[in-house]
Design a protein around this ligand. Sequence first.
Ligand code: SAM
Length: 277
Amino acid sequence: MSNKSLMPFVKWAGGKRQLFDRISERMPQNYNNYFEPFIGGGAVLFELQPENAVINDINAPLINTYRMIVSSPQEFIEYTKKLDSQMCDDGKTYYYSLREHYNDKLIKEEFDVELAALFVFINKHCFNGLYRVNGKGLFNVPYNNSVKESIDEESILAVSEYLKKVNIMLGDFEAACNGAKKEDFVFFDSPYAPLNPTSFESYTKEGFDVKSHVRLARLFDKLTERGCYCMLTNHNTEFINELYGNKGYRMDVVSVKRMINSDASKRTGEEVIICNY
Ligand SMILES: C[S@@+](CC[C@H](N)C(=O)[O-])C[C@H]1O[C@@H](n2cnc3c(N)ncnc32)[C@H](O)[C@@H]1O
């Protein structure tokens, strides 16, 4: 039976909670291992709770947090609660001092439980839970306090218990799929393709450019030949249709609410769910 306490421990851009029902009704009935090469906040993983899972992301401090929650849940909880308890009236100054400390640890590559607690605290107190770094790799999202408690203790313990049996990888999505075999299920939720070609540049900065989308589409084809069940979500754009259309894949267009546009009439958009089965 699924454990209701399992929830993402970070707010994550592109989180798939809103689409979960439409994803789950399209999943294969049976499969062997579950692969999620762009795990982010893990909304789909924590809803599904598959028995044998491999998860991956290229974001090193994010993966460090997953790993620390597995190896040192109590310490992680204590560190995070301590950060919350020291929050003062001038939350903004406090946030920026922790952000500086976090970046200092990043430079020194101190991937430890303190970094994990700082990561979650900052994620919960920054603008929209965004993760953005500058050219030097330093986190630069401004303050926007919205929560009092950065974590739910019960949920962290449940997540820690569940993740013990999950293979947590750090790196590029292609390497993460090396072990995928026939009848395994691979769920791809990559960074979005740009809505219009003029925003290609900004995606290059994020590290997931047009070439990466092409590389992902090739991997999707390769895994299809291998006999894996693959599902992929993205914006319903011409570019994505060029990459996946006319290959015999099922392509379902679904509408979603987008909160980022200040014009309410433009807050719905279309996404596509692509399946190779
Ligand atoms: C749209 S988010 C995934 C959101 C996730 N489904 C959720 O519910 O929170 C995309 C993720 O891909 C990761 N990413 C970007 N480039 C990558 C790469 N080359 N290989 C693996 N992960 C990558 C980002 O760090 C980000 O966490």
